[in-house]
Ligand binder design. Structure first.
Ligand SMILES: C[S@@+](CC[C@H](N)C(=O)[O-])C[C@H]1O[C@@H](n2cnc3c(N)ncnc32)[C@H](O)[C@@H]1O
Length: 397
């Protein structure tokens, strides 16, 4: 039985009000004049004159004390809250309707972007993967899961609660079956391609759904020889080949990723793709030494900066890596340069790409920035959610 709700009170200081007025959905503990957190993890927010600002999910352990839920209270009774979650979940599903013709794998609920801070739900065909990243969401799963079951009738829902951020919220790590019968993997459709996903232990919730926009861009522009660095399951490679590339070299250091690329080649009846297990840095060195050039290079490394403290080291790493990648781009060819470090701002990423180009004696035109896919809805005023930066650079000589 879900405990009856009691809603706490949080008085936001003037400093906290400045962040709140900017549209940011978070309020830090240091920016509260009073914080009456309660076991049920929802507070009414008021300013110093006790004017109501709305409601927020609260966390007693995290530095981020409150995450804005909106003007409307989730409700004190179970039935009110059930209806509140149903409305939020239904609205999130409705917002993704137009994606279903192209794919059955997408982010169904994107935390703050859907007014449900701390709740991530990804769909992979008949499987849902859920992450509960705040105490509010974690304690309300018995209202959330049944609504998801009603709407999707999934074969299984997996709780992938093995993220480090849960520790900062005072939550323990676990990976568990939340609904249905355990299946090891499922196959999902993306455009005319099929991918297999392991929702139990694949990276992120199983796949990198956030790169859909960049993959479509690669598919449109693919030609000649393509190099897909940090390829994971080969999604960029497959789209490039279907888009008209003659030959693709897909590279990842993970044995499991390379096995998955090979399985995907067979599943999709593809040819012209070589999957090679290697670390990227030495491979780029030997390609440059052998004067190999590619018409399109995709460079999508893991996050180098996990926090602001890592920025200096990460900037050096990204500059070195993208410089090496630039050296193997053919004249007139393109580099799709990516960073998923939220702590690295886009202007700083643009600057380090310019430095990298100068160092290796190449000139590029920036054809524009791409972002996380539309289903990873980013709330205006929430820069932390706008973490993915993809620049399409064209070599002019
Ligand atoms: C952000 S993911 C890439 C996602 C992929 N591009 C996609 O679209 O699905 C990063 C990948 O880099 C691989 N990786 C990490 N360090 C590496 C290294 N030094 N050399 C090659 N691959 C590496 C990981 O195994 C992981 O698959």
């Amino acid at each position: 039985m879900t405990p009856r709700f009691s809603i706490g009170l949080a008085v936001v200081s003037r400093k906290g009000m400045r962040l709140h007025h900017s549209g940011h959905p978070w309020i830090y503990r240091d920016d509260l004049a009073l914080f009456e957190d309660v076991p049920t993890h929802v507070c009414e927010l008021v300013d110093e004159h006790r004017r109501s600002l709305g409601y927020a999910a609260s966390s007693s352990a995290s530095k981020i004390a409150l995450r804005f839920l909106g003007r409307e209270s989730p409700g004190a009774s179970v039935s009110e809250r059930e209806a509140w979650f149903a409305r939020c979940i239904d609205a999130a599903i409705e917002a993704r309707r137009d994606l279903e013709a192209a794919t059955d794998a997408y982010r169904v609920i994107a935390s703050e972007g859907d007014g449900l801070p701390g709740l991530i739900v990804d769909r992979y065909a008949d499987v849902l993967v859920l992450q509960a990243l705040t105490p509010f969401v974690d304690t309300q799963l018995d209202l959330i899961v049944p609504r998801l079951v009603e709407r999707f009738q999934p074969r299984m829902i997996v709780g992938r609660n093995d993220l480090r951020v849960r520790r900062m919220e005072g939550l323990s790590a676990s990976v568990e079956l939340l609904h249905g019968r355990r299946v090891a993997s499922t196959v999902y459709r993306d455009d005319d391609l099929k991918f297999s996903v392991d929702p139990w232990s694949g990276q992120k919730t199983g796949a990198f759904l956030d790169q859909r926009v960049a993959r479509q861009c690669v598919r449109r522009h693919a030609k000649g020889r393509v190099l897909d660095l940090f390829c994971y399951e080969g999604a960029f490679s497959f789209h490039a080949r279907r888009g008209g590339a003659d030959a693709v070299l897909a590279v990842d250091s993970s044995e499991r990723a390379i096995a998955e690329v090979e399985a995907g080649i067979a599943r999709n009846g593809l040819d012209g793709i070589e999957a090679r297990r290697s670390k990227v840095a030495p491979l780029l060195q030997s390609l440059a030494d052998e004067d190999e050039r590619f018409d399109l290079v995709i460079c999508d490394p893991p996050a180098f900066a996990k926090s602001k403290g890592d920025l200096q080291r990460a900037t050096r790493g990204y500059t070195e890596l993208h410089g090496r990648a630039m050296r193997v781009v053919a004249p007139g060819g393109s580099l799709v340069a990516c960073s998923c470090s939220y702590a690295l701002r886009d202007d700083a990423f643009g600057q380090l790409l310019a430095t990298a180009a100068r160092r290796v004696g190449r000139r590029f035109v920036d054809r524009g920035r791409l972002r996380v896919a539309q289903d990873h809805r980013v709330l205006l005023g929430h820069p932390e959610a706008d973490y993915l930066k993809v620049h399409v650079l064209e070599a002019i000589d």
